[in-house]
Design a binder for this molecule. Structure first.
Ligand code: ZN
Length: 128
């Protein structure tokens, strides 16, 4: 009894809209034959279905709107590969020098400085 009541509440405009969209995508534009989803050409007349054009458009839109990040490429606010590697080498040298000095305060300071610097140097930055 409960199941029937829930099924009755499913909005019918939603159901008919999806089925109509499915039917539109499964009919050959050249001969009107029914096509299976995912086919790139018609099985009856071998006409191209035109799915690739429809598929590539959403991908391009998604690439435009999804931000891409990089830890490696140079952007307006970050170093390129050379700058990042040089900063990393400099911080490793600083750490090594402070370790060799065996001064605990220098080691702590070097770890803190290197941590802050390397975090900002290797922070991923937005490309688009
Ligand atoms: Zn066809």
């Amino acid at each position: 009894m409960c199941d029937v009541a829930i099924l009755d509440r499913v909005p019918t405009p939603l159901r008919s809209a999806t089925s109509r969209a499915d039917l539109a995508g499964m009919t050959c534009s050249a001969c009107g034959a029914t096509l299976r989803t995912g086919m790139s050409w018609c099985g009856q007349c071998y006409a191209s279905v035109g799915v690739p054009a429809r598929r590539s458009a959403p991908v391009a839109v998604a690439q435009q709107h999804l931000p891409t990040y990089t830890r490696w490429r140079k952007t307006d606010t970050s170093f390129g590969p050379v700058g990042r590697v040089l900063w990393t080498v400099a911080m490793v040298l600083l750490l090594a020098m402070c370790l060799f000095s065996q001064d605990p305060f220098a080691i702590v300071a070097a770890v803190l400085v290197a941590g802050v610097v390397l975090r900002s140097v290797w922070k991923r930055s937005r490309l688009t």
